[in-house]
Design a protein around this ligand. Structure first.
Ligand code: SF4
Ligand code: SF4
Ligand code: SF4
Length: 257
């Protein structure tokens, strides 16, 4: 008798849903994944709404009290919960909200109707419930997503790198963008690898979208950026675009690795 396929669901919280779109993109060239699992709940791509699933991929950040109740329910149902993309993993650009007083942010966004919306400081789902795996990046890397799914299906912990983008960049034989004229400021030395250094490969600087490596040497990074002629303000704006949760010293983020 054929073994039942694992039941998989996708959910989203505050985000742009670009990581789910990348999953759709991945599945077009990896049809073997569609044969291996049964997708039972996925608002963005399917009309099925089954609540009986084993693996949940969750995209987005927690921004409202009601989000906590929902993510806890998903956690209680799923045997395996995966944080899909930077919004779920580190809060990504959503964490920029935390750099300003909440009352100001509410007023800027909702004007005189701020009281209508029950929003609070942003947290990644990794800070609210225990997750079994993460897929970093804004958006996720489609091939890494495939590797994560294949590892989960054979009961292994997905292989997410804890070394910097510079390692992949060197392996590809790229010319470092710091040696261009003029030099380009790049966050590759402190950013988690796994994207195959795609930005430097196309001549652009890494913006740090996959989050920082564990124990990043930020002082050395600041020295390198300063050598490239950047001011402290410019450096911090570069680091905080995708890593504001870390830059603002959020306790949830400090514990992440
Ligand atoms: S990580 Fe980036 S692409 Fe993915 S949902 Fe968040 S903002 Fe969109
Ligand atoms: S271009 Fe960026 S990622 Fe590549 S080696 Fe230089 S600093 Fe590192
Ligand atoms: S090179 Fe940097 S910014 Fe570009 S995808 Fe990789 S981690 Fe993200």
């Amino acid at each position: 008798m054929a073994r039942a396929k694992p039941k998989v669901a996708f959910f989203d919280f505050a985000c742009c849903e670009g990581c789910q779109l990348t999953v759709v993109d991945s599945l077009q060239t990896h049809l073997e994944l569609l044969d291996a699992v049964d997708i039972v709940n996925w608002r963005e791509a399917s009309s099925r709404r089954d609540e009986d699933y084993e693996i949940a991929f969750v995209e987005g950040s927690i921004t409202r009290p009601e989000d906590e109740e929902r993510i806890e329910k998903i956690r209680a149902q799923a045997k395996v919960l995966v944080a899909l993309g930077a919004c779920a993993h580190t809060s990504c650009i959503n964490a920029l909200k935390g750099l300003h007083p909440l009352a100001d942010v509410r007023r800027w966004v909702y004007g005189d109707r701020a009281d209508w919306y029950d929003t609070y400081d942003v947290r990644p789902i990794t800070a609210v419930v225990e997750v079994d795996a993460v897929v970093p990046g804004c958006p996720i890397d489609r091939e890494e997503f495939v590797r994560v799914v294949k590892a989960l299906l054979v009961g292994k912990k997905p292989p997410i790198p804890d070394y910097p983008v510079c390692v992949e960049c060197k392996l590809k034989g790229n010319v470092c963008v710091y040696f261009l004229d003029p030099p380009r400021p790049c966050l590759g030395p402190i950013t988690r690898a796994g994207c195959d250094a795609i930005c430097p490969t196309y001549g652009d600087a890494c913006e740090g979208c996959r989050g920082l490596i564990p124990n990043p040497n930020e002082n050395a990074m600041k020295e390198v950026l300063a050598e490239a002629g950047l001011t402290v303000e410019e450096m911090m704006s570069r680091i905080t675009m995708f890593n504001a949760g870390h830059a603002s010293g959020s306790e949830e983020w400090e514990g992440e690795d």
